[in-house]
Write a protein that binds this ligand. Sequence first.
Ligand SMILES: *[C@@H]1O[C@H](CO)[C@@H](O)[C@H](O)[C@H]1NC(C)=O
Ligand SMILES: *[C@@H]1O[C@H](CO)[C@@H](O)[C@H](O)[C@H]1NC(C)=O
Ligand SMILES: *[C@@H]1O[C@H](CO)[C@@H](O)[C@H](O)[C@H]1NC(C)=O
Ligand SMILES: *[C@@H]1O[C@H](CO)[C@@H](O)[C@H](O)[C@H]1NC(C)=O
Ligand SMILES: *[C@@H]1O[C@H](CO)[C@@H](O)[C@H](O)[C@H]1NC(C)=O
Ligand SMILES: *[C@@H]1O[C@H](CO)[C@@H](O)[C@H](O)[C@H]1NC(C)=O
Length: 931
Amino acid sequence: MLLLLSLLAPLLVVPWVKAATNEADYTPIVVPLAVRGPYLGAYLTGRKEKDLTRMDPHFWTTESLGWQGLLRVDGVTCNWMGNLTEWTPCETTELHHTTAETTFVLTPPTSTVSLTASFLSPVTPADLFRQSLPFSYLSLSVSSLDGQPHQVEVYSEINGLWLADEEHEEMEWESIEGDESDWVGLELRLKNQRPFEEAYKDAPWGGGEVISTDRILHGEVFYAAQTSSSAGLSPVRTTWSAGSDAMATRRKFASSGVLSSRSNTTSPRPIRTRSDTNTSRVLDEPVFALAHSFGSISPSTPLAERSALLAIGHVRDPLVKYMTSDLSTTSRGPDDQPRPGERTIFLRPLWASTLPSTSQALSFFFSDYPTQKKLSDEFNNKLYRDAVKVDGKEYADVVSISTRQVFMAMEAVWDESEEGVRGEAGLEVYSPVTGKPIPAMVMLKEISSNGNVQTIDVIAPFLPFLLYSSPTLLPLLLEPIYRYSTSKLYLPIPPTHDLGDHYPNATGHNDFLYANLPIEEAANMLLMALSGMKVAEPEVVEVAAHVRAKHWVMEKVRGGKERVGWDAVVGEGRDHRREGARMAWAQARKRYALFKAWAQYLEDECLYPGDQRTTDDFFGSAANQTSLVVKGILGLRAFSEIAGELGEEADRDHFFDVAEAYRGKFVDLAISTDRTHLLGTYGNQTSWVTHYNLYFDKLLGLSVFPPSVYEMQEAFYPTVAQPYGPALDSRFLNRAKTDWLAWAGATCSPSPPALSSSASDPNPHSSSCRRLFLDALSKFLRKDDNAVFGDSITPDEGWSVGFLSRPVAGGHYALLGREVMEQVQREREERHREAEKSGLFTLLFIFGGVLQGLVCIKVVMEWRQRRRGGYVELPLSGPGRGRGRRRSAMDGGVGVWGVEDSPRSVFELEGRDRESEADSGESGRDRWKRR
Ligand SMILES: *[C@@H]1O[C@H](CO)[C@@H](O)[C@H](O)[C@H]1NC(C)=O
Ligand SMILES: *[C@@H]1O[C@H](CO)[C@@H](O)[C@H](O)[C@H]1NC(C)=O
Ligand SMILES: *[C@@H]1O[C@H](CO)[C@@H](O)[C@H](O)[C@H]1NC(C)=O
Ligand SMILES: *[C@@H]1O[C@H](CO)[C@@H](O)[C@H](O)[C@H]1NC(C)=O
Ligand SMILES: *[C@@H]1O[C@H](CO)[C@@H](O)[C@H](O)[C@H]1NC(C)=O
Ligand SMILES: *[C@@H]1O[C@H](CO)[C@@H](O)[C@H](O)[C@H]1NC(C)=O
């Protein structure tokens, strides 16, 4: 039967409804070029035309970088990248961008050939090892346009501004070759290496204040080109030059089409030397250049013989200084309590676990190009399909352009610490090289707004991105916070805001001085923890094989029933969603006491918040902010859910009741007297806010706040909307946040119309409330006379004001995140119903004798033993998997699985749920049935 079905299957597959174009067809606010990490982020920024042939790329801070290019056709040279005024600029004839790649097609004034330059910063959200490689690709290819053969050479160079903004900094360089002569690279570094130090400059507002330039005074920059490919030696000849002056190097290329392949030995030299008498004159500027001679190319020249692959990277090792406790010494803390000593450890890059040298990393990166390109394209295509499904093409463009910079804020680390190697939670990432797990964490820099490490209220906004595309990343980002919060170097109450000021020093706040956002952060942590647990079932509730086979066929027959969300296999056949859920569950068990302390804090404080801040502090702090109350109540409810999942029934009930009681009081206090909207602060009838925190209620399917509240808000927002959406807070009508526009839009009814819409008819169901927010967001991202892409905007005219290139743009995934979570919930309910329906085993258990039960327990135990630790996608005909649930139902679901390393299964939780339902008869707590 099964065999027959699987043979028929290919015939039943219906092609996807209609492929929408999978790339954006407009010039976005900023054009990403090489965007990989906090110190590698190059964009074209500038008002209106983002013209590669006439402007210099910039670091995300908007400081200039030297990245220039020349194209030489039949001996005539034009300028294809950067602002080299000595040569005629090429023309940009095409510009495309996808989630990971920006492609320009450039032609010289003669239009005889074209140069295609593709800047690929791979986006591989399920493969954090690949994502951890600190390089970005530039692929160049030339074509003859007029059918004639042409002699073509392409040149590109970088300068020392990739290391630091300060032109007086001295640098050194060398050229290196891949171990198998597979590439040639130019390496530059500051002579004076200062690990973990960023450079500081005078603040533009004066007053003697200094601010970080966000450039690190540590590490090396690489500019390299592949010299042979797997297909054999390429006929393309690559020459290079390191450390010679810019003008001399460019002129050498323009006159001969080749470079000397020599390093200038006058080293170290400053990044730039200017004339004392005329500071706009640059006297000397060492550059690092690569040139590719393609020979004579004609329409019949194979692509491999007219292309070159380059890489640019910023490499540091170690990456982050991290605070841990040293239990061998104790002292007294500021609270006069004994506390352990401090011990900082150095966290190394994840890739270094498998690739012992930068040179090996670069070899891997070059040889991996086809895979990285394929993975990035697949992610892009899936993202477009899903986003079009939930809200149409414009929304797809929004999430696509918002993605690369999410990874710019993060660095995955290889966690060699005691806790990493022997930790119970098993926080791992798989190496694609060895297939083995590597203990890992992911560190985050609060880009632009501050520079703090692991800022909780920066991670929370991009939670929707994590749930959609990278569920394993969420626990890896939260782990360093859990560890520090339980290190005893810090009191967990009030919760921390970040792990250190300033990246890459994750050295904590052992002085016990707290940022003033405790409700915000406590609730964020609980809500994120629960999200991670709910992103997938760590185990599959089993239904009989024939029922699953039936589903599978039905799905194929119905056609187009693709799940929303990025699915991928990691390591040895593990699904990254379930891996993420597994880690989140393990963390929840381990950190339960910490969670409870946070929940108790919320119980004490969140109904009448003191003078605290919310995430966006441009409004200053205030008492009784309703946005905080909403978040606090949802945080309390999240903890109740976590407690329920872990079998802590007393806590579950207590915090459920507290959340319910607070919700009741909140509704009385927070609704305006004319009953038109929720107030911004209790009692102030002229106040209001955009209630983005309600998103958690929808995301997690909690239904804490009644539909009437949502309906009221939906009717209210249009009355305060400006052309670029409602302001965030009535105290400051000239500020909105793009992440919160997306979050608020995703609270509007109806829930995303899964599967129903096609590309031609994108959102037939979308409410006007949702349109209000999401149209504002896409309009902003198309406003290309903005020079920067910040997430803080003016709602009247759509100008970007500060908060540049931050990862919170991952919050634009709000609709997708919600759809993913609702899908998991629907599937869980479906499986639950199916499991109930497949009555044979149920009958066996309800009516069967003790003996049969014991036999089943033994079978299940053995079976679990065999597949312990693996959340491997099971074959269709696994052993009878309905048994676990009933076993736990029978033994009460307590303790039996506790002896194993693997997390408690959903089986026993279901069992417990069913019990508690029977005990209390209170269907309100039955989360599987709740709507
Ligand atoms: C290019 O450089 C020239 C001369 O240095 C300058 O006047 C011009 O403003 C620059 N163009 C851009 C787009 O930066
Ligand atoms: C990190 O800490 C070191 C030593 O305390 C300090 O010199 C450095 O400036 C810090 N780095 C940053 C970015 O604050
Ligand atoms: C190396 O660069 C320096 C500074 O630009 C220059 O004076 C010198 O002539 C160069 N050396 C060679 C061999 O080109
Ligand atoms: C200063 O140098 C710039 C660039 O080389 C040049 O255009 C300008 O004329 C010079 N100014 C003076 C006063 O010499
Ligand atoms: C907060 O609101 C409550 C209820 O309206 C009120 O009793 C309390 O005084 C308010 N707190 C502050 C600091 O305004
Ligand atoms: C009430 O809210 C308005 C609008 O947000 C604000 O301007 C005003 O200062 C608030 N009044 C008080 C007493 O806080």
